[in-house]
Structures are given as C-alpha cells and as structure tokens.
Design a protein around this ligand. Structure first.
Ligand code: GLU
Length: 391
C-alpha cells in the first residue's frame, strides 16, 4: 500500500510559494536576495483596516465561530462590491467567504466537477488551477496562447478544444502570469460561446482593479447577456495589500454556492473572524489607498518592463494588468540554459534574484517576475539578471 496517496503523490507543490520559501531561506542565511517571486504587494495593509482588526480582536463577540459562509455584513459588502466593480448583481446568500481566493478556487472545482469532466484552461495559466481541478477528479485541457496574440484566447481556440466532456472554462483577466487584459468585446464573445455551449465560466477577478490602461477590467459575466452558469472569484489580497489576512470569496448561483458552503463546513468552517472584520473595513472604508498602490504598481511596471526588454535576446509583451512581467527568455538562454527552470535556478543561486520559471505556468522558455516590490529592488534585480546573462 502507498504511504502517500496516489492523488497527492502526483501533486506538485505551488511553484510560486516554493520560490518565495527558497528566497526566504537564503535571506535567513544572510544572502541579499531580491524577490520577484510570489506576487504579493510589499505595502503594509492600510492603517484603517489594521485598526478595525485590532478593535475586533479586543471584542469578545469576535472570539467565536461565525457562520461557515462568513459574517453577514461582510457577505452583504461583497455583494455591493461585486455590483460596483464587476457590475453583477448578487444577493448576499450567493456569497461564501473563503480562506483566500485559493479556497474559493478549490471549492468551486469541488462543487462543479465530476470525475472525467474537462476544464478548458487558457495557457499560460496560474500554477494552482490544475491542482484544484485534478483533486476534484477533473481533467485540465490546456488551450495554448502565444505572445503574438498578446496571450489572448479566442472562441476559435476554445471551440477547437471543446469536447462532449467540457464542463467549464477558467477565465482570468487580468491574467496571472501574463498581465493580459481582455476587452469587453473579447470577453463577451467568449461568454456568449460558453453560454451557447452550456459551459460554466469560472472568472477569477482577483486582479480586476490592478489595470493600467483603463479603470477596471470588464467582468465577463456583466458583458455577456443572459448568462447564468458562472462563478466569480475575488478577494482582498491584491488590491488592499492583504495577502496574509487570507480573505477571499466566491459568488454564483445559489445551488453551487451552497454546495461549496457544505464543503467548507467540513474543511475549514469559517475564515478567522478578525480577518473577516478587516476585510469588511477594507471593502466599506476609504478606497484612496487602492488607487495610490495602483499608481505605484504602474510606475514599477513601466520600469521593470523597460529594463527587461533591454536585455539582449529577451522579448516581452507589455503587461496591462496584475503585477507581473512575463518575458520570453529563449533568445537569452540559447546554448547556456536548457530550460527556464535551469535559468531561474541560476538567477536565484548565482545572482540572488528570485523569479518563477514559466514551466510552472505551462510556458517553458519564459520566466515570471513580480513588480510588487520597490523601484530600487527592481533596478538592482534587473541589473543582476542582465549581468548574469552577460548583458
Ligand atoms: N497568486 C500569487 C502568485 O501567483 C501568490 C502566490 C500564490 O498564491 O501562488 O504569485
């Protein structure tokens, strides 16, 4: 008999988290490592949010379980937030508060997939979706996109990958790792195709407010008329610099959300009460800090994009959203590094810079760099990478 179940023996750990863990280890050993690894804002959580959490921690009313699906005022605030930013009307009863958007991802797949159901995954894709799909018994079907189309998937690509087993499509805009943002027209064409073919859309909108050429990334759900089979995933981590608080959510049709709620009642019960109070303060309080952080990300984006593009042999599509640059390194690797895993290892071990190899996102030859760090670090980190590559 296996010690580790076959399901988990096959499961790779999260590459983004592994890179950050390795970078932390090297820092603990005294190395001056610059981390462009896991995407998390370097800013502190805005003061009014932390203050609300501190007050909540001192109130014994918050020392107990909440409903599994979360505090009702927070679920109501999420419903309002969804109406405002995604332009989608949901009742609070259609919202489950989860332990970060990751738990929403896993519960969504658990609630929707039966063994053998196929999930269309435009690729490059975030490392975690296939893990959630596989654990739910589903099958990930990659739909590759290239830099020539700005990493955008089209209805034609999706139709070519559709089979009778296709149950859902994962749609992420802005995309992690490419920073691609779909226009309302592009999103609508894909939404209409999904609706016509009875395919669910799981829209991960965690980066929806981190866009640099418009105010917000249009939600595929709001731009598609008469669309019913969708789940929206979102959270406070990226826009409010709250990765460590672990508050995300899923919203969608009541029967699916209720199934996810039952799953959560066994798995984790509720998200920490204090963290929920912090999220409530984030959603209902002043929003100017979100705009300030977004402006800072934009100027870091421009700096990192220009420095990366200057390295000989490197080509890069300008990212329009999220906080990642995703360059094609094949020209710079030629004859020296076989894979971007080797390249990322050398960049970390020999140049003291953490980046994530593209292989984990389904894109060998690429690397992902997060620009959610200070400009000095961006400048220094890119100098080090350029030097390693002999530029
Ligand atoms: N989503 C971020 C990233 O891709 C955070 C790390 C993670 O959750 O994988 O880097």
């Amino acid at each position: 008999m296996n010690r580790v179940s076959q399901r988990l023996a096959r499961l790779p750990g999260s590459a983004t988290m592994a890179i950050s863990a390795r970078a932390r280890e090297l820092v603990a050993e005294g190395r001056d490592v610059i981390s462009f690894g896991a995407g998390e804002p370097d800013f502190a959580t805005p003061e009014h949010i932390s203050a609300a959490a501190a007050r909540a921690a001192h109130d014994p009313a918050n020392h107990h379980y909440t409903a599994n699906a979360g505090l009702r005022p927070l679920r109501e605030a999420v419903a309002e937030y969804t109406a405002h930013y995604s332009k989608v009307e949901v009742d609070f009863s259609q919202v489950v508060i989860t332990n970060g958007a990751k738990q929403a991802v896993f519960q969504t797949f658990a609630a929707l997939l039966d063994p053998g159901d196929e999930v269309l995954m435009p690729s490059p894709h975030w490392v975690t979706y296939p893990a959630g799909i596989e654990l739910a018994g589903g099958v990930t079907v990659l739909v590759p996109t290239g830099s020539d189309s700005g990493f955008k998937v089209t209805v034609k690509d999706l139709e070519a990958a559709r089979t009778e087993r296709t149950k859902l499509l994962v749609f992420v805009s802005p995309s992690n790792p490419t920073g691609t943002v779909y226009t309302a027209g592009e999103a609508r064409a894909i939404g209409e195709w999904a609706a016509e073919n009875d395919i669910w859309v799981v829209a991960d909108e965690i980066y929806q407010r981190l866009v640099y050429f418009s105010d917000i990334a249009p939600s595929i759900v709001s731009v598609t008329p008469r669309f019913e089979n969708w789940i929206l995933i979102n959270g406070v981590a990226k826009s409010y610099a709250m990765t460590g608080w672990r508050v995300g959510w899923m919203a969608g049709p009541r029967d699916i959300v209720e199934a996810a709620e039952r799953h959560q009642s066994h798995a984790t019960s509720n998200v920490a009460n204090i963290a929920q109070q912090a999220a409530l303060a984030a959603l209902t309080g002043p929003q100017d800090t979100v705009d300030e952080m977004r402006e800072a990300f934009d100027s870091r984006r421009k700096l990192m994009y220009s420095l990366v593009s200057r390295i000989p042999g490197v080509t890069c599509v300008e990212p329009e959203g999220a906080f990642y640059v995703f360059p094609d390194m094949t020209g710079a690797m030629a004859g020296r590094f076989e894979t971007s895993i080797d390249l990322a290892a050398a960049i970390l071990e020999d140049a003291d810079v953490a980046v994530v190899p593209g292989d984990s996102f389904g894109a060998p030859g690429y690397i992902r760099l997060s620009y959610a760090v200070g400009k000095d670090q961006i400048q220094q980190g890119l100098d080090r990478i350029a030097r390693l590559l002999g530029a």
